[in-house]
Design a protein around this ligand. Structure first.
Ligand code: HMG
Ligand code: MG
Length: 304
């Protein structure tokens, strides 16, 4: 198991894309600033998708421009097609992510095309990114279950991963979009995928709907995967994934890793403050167990 784990912070994108309360561009930029200051140096900050599909991500160009003056950090954005790529590049994007699915049902619901059609859509994006020297990350949703198609075979995930890898994605992020996976299934899926893509080039993007995400991450780390997507406060969800809750919380991941002697470089106090600030704007508390426990501990200490 690697003791160098890379965390990709999803709060400003996945974390906010399904929230009822809109967050202004200025507050999204401030959220990113707080996260970077807490030690999270790779942050997904927006999505260049249809404003009808995800109104919460309107203003991603302004967010990206606003955060570009923050030094020492890498910012990612989602692009579903060439149009999104062009707009993202116009706003200064240096790393972009395309997103596919392991199931036909979710592909259709999320990006309105089949898996094969999505790969065709990504081809010109990858070609232009290669010419521009822009690294492209590839997501696959529903790798451990689909809200429409049910069980997903590990081989189905591996097939899509191979196609994205062959297109030139530098890393494949495997999404348990509805958080139904369990550790053994996660291992079986990762083994099937790593027959085509080296485990060191995979990332785990696990939503925590059934409370299994940390266990699944640990199982994946045992398989040699060392990149973890997580969101401050356990925010997140996708409007096209009914029943899904947020990403695994960054606080919970940091607590687990530090407890294993793996240094994350994340300042927990600053992370808690970033989460507290965004959750106040959203009008609900964080989902993170670690955030709740540490905040309660602080309240007890202050009341003495
Ligand atoms: P479509 O309707 O098939 O596309 O949508 P279209 O090409 O026919 O265009 C329809 C309209 O969208 C047109 O506007 C286009 O201009 C516009 P209209 O003429 O109707 O006014 N459009 C765009 N606008 C802005 N930016 C663009 C863009 N492209 C077209 N890039 C499309 C296809 C993919 C665009 C749409 O379905 C879409 O935007 N889907 C995005 C869904 C999404 O963002 N989901 C959440 C992110 S994925 C996720 O959360 C999973 C992940 O976290 C991993 C996991 O957890 O599993 C990554
Ligand atoms: Mg997600």
């Amino acid at each position: 198991m690697s003791n160098a784990i890379r965390i990709i912070e999803m709060g400003p994108r996945d974390g906010l894309q399904n929230e009822k309360t809109p967050v202004s561009v200025a507050n999204r930029i401030a959220f990113v600033e707080r996260l970077v200051d807490a030690g999270l140096h790779t942050v997904e900050v927006g999505a260049f998708v249809s404003p009808k599909a995800i109104p919460q991500m309107v203003g991603s160009a302004e967010v990206l421009r606003g955060v570009s003056r923050i030094e020492g950090a890498e910012f990612h954005v989602l692009v579903p097609n060439e149009k999104g790529y062009e707009t993202a590049r116009g706003a200064g994007a240096r790393v972009v992510s395309v997103f596919a699915a392991a199931s036909e049902g979710f592909s259709r619901a999320n990006i309105n095309c089949s898996i094969a059609e999505s790969i065709e859509r990504f081809k010109p994006v990858l070609a232009r990114a290669k010419a521009d020297g822009v690294p492209v990350r590839g997501y696959i949703s529903c790798v451990l279950g689909c809200p429409f198609d049910g069980e997903i075979r590990p081989q189905a995930v591996a097939n899509v991963a191979k196609q994205l890898w062959d297109l030139g994605c530098y890393e494949i992020s495997l999404g348990d979009t509805i958080g139904v996976g369990t550790p053994l299934k996660a291992k079986q899926m990762l083994r099937a995928v790593s027959a085509h893509v080296p485990a060191a080039k995979l990332a785990m993007h696990f939503h925590d709907t059934y409370g299994q995400a940390l266990a699944n991450l640990y199982a994946g780390m045992e398989e040699g995967v060392h990149v973890i997507d997580s969101a401050a406060g356990g925010l997140g969800g996708c409007p096209y994934a009914p029943g899904a809750t947020g990403n695994v919380a960054t606080e919970d991941v940091v607590y687990m890793l530090e407890g294993m002697g793996i240094r994350t470089g994340v300042d927990m106090e600053k992370l808690l403050a970033a989460t507290d600030h965004i959750c106040r704007l959203l009008g609900h508390p964080p989902v993170s167990r670690v955030a709740a426990a540490l905040n309660a501990k602080k309240t007890r200490a202050n009341s003495k």
